[in-house]
Design a protein around this ligand. Sequence first.
Ligand code: HPA
Length: 277
Amino acid sequence: MQATNSFDLANSVTTARDYIQSEFAGLIDQAVVLGSGLSDLALKNYSSVIEFDYADIPGLPESTAPSHQGKLKIVSNGEQTLALCAGRHHLYEGYSAQQVCALTYLLNALGANTLIITNAAGSLNPEYNPGDVMLIEDHINFTGHNPVRGQDQTFGIEFPDMSQAYDNKLAETMLSIADSESVSLHKGIYIGVMGPSLETSAERRMFRTFGADAVGMSTVLEVIAANHSDMRVLGLSAITNSALGDENQQPDTIEEVLAHASIAGEQIKRLLENYFG
Ligand code: HPA
């Protein structure tokens, strides 16, 4: 892991982009970041072009989280080229906001104009069950970090707008796919926290009063970076545990989170397969 105060984002992204382009000459159309339980996503009509371990991409921090592979796969159906990214960097691993977002800026530098972001999240909404899927309508960045802080304007403007951080058209498309696939897709607000400790029950009750429906330890910074670099964003959360913080709150275990991530993950895979066709 690199010391956070010596990370040069622009230089890292250029180094990583140049390395990938030395092995793969084309451009990427869309990118998908695969959270826990989804890393083995294989799209029917797409074949593999090339794949990279994050560890082999100079400039990119290594992913250290369990259940995250750290692989960037480029796949194509002859018309569309996608980057499927299994694994991401998290604040809770000790990375800075800019290190967390190096992958996002890299995907944009490789040509991606759309970012589909998935994650595992606890439900703050009593109507959600573990194993469900939520379309992220908007987010609350409760991490206390921001990847744009301290940047020059290499990647985008100084005060990027976030009033429409998740693309409406992409959301509508995904909702109609869910309808036709009979996947019940909640629509809700994701609140991003730093972790790695889970929230206290009082914190969860507070987040519910904020209007948040799901809580997780990723996504919000990447979505800020994606908007900063003018990408369209679609977000899907795998609901992995009940995080209501009420009198019935059970202790959270990583086993439960991973088991439900894979149940919700199956539905997210169906949605994505249909979306990419
Ligand atoms: N809180 C934070 N992050 C999470 C949770 C949670 O309850 N579940 C999965 N990721």
